[in-house]
Design a binder for this molecule. Sequence first.
Ligand code: THU
Length: 160
Amino acid sequence: MNTIKHAIEIVEMDEAELTAEELRVMNVAKEATHRSYAPYSHFSVGAAVLLENGEIVSGSNQENCAYPSGLCAERTTLFYANANYPDQPVKMLCIAARGTNGEFTEMPVAPCGACRQVMTETEQRFNTPMRVILYGSKGIYAVQSARDLLPVCFDNDCLI
Ligand code: THU
């Protein structure tokens, strides 16, 4: 028997510690929460990605009365980016969310498992690490790579 340990580094910081570029992308993600369509959960998520060419693309969660037909902010954003800029690596993804009280969550908002799956494939597709920054009004988490959030994942190397 063998134990495999997987250590990841999550940097916790406050807004003042973001670089100017990170702050710009994070502010776009925060703005995008206002374009969320969340009449069912009232949980408004915004995401923004920084592309290799310097462009920033944003998206938000889009719900539907047939609940599973809706889509999270991260996948809305990444699919839009990959559909419209298929040659552009995604260098950074920022996520923010406002809860039912309309305020940004105090804790950093974490992407769901399905979004992590799409994030890792985007990273693998472009062979470029995607810095992921999760906003909370009382603290921000940052990881260097989407893969950090999904160890032992199913990727296209698994397809034989
Ligand atoms: N949601 C996201 O957009 N991203 C996440 O990472 C977690 C959840 C959305 C889905 C749904 O519209 C609402 O938040 C409540 O789950």
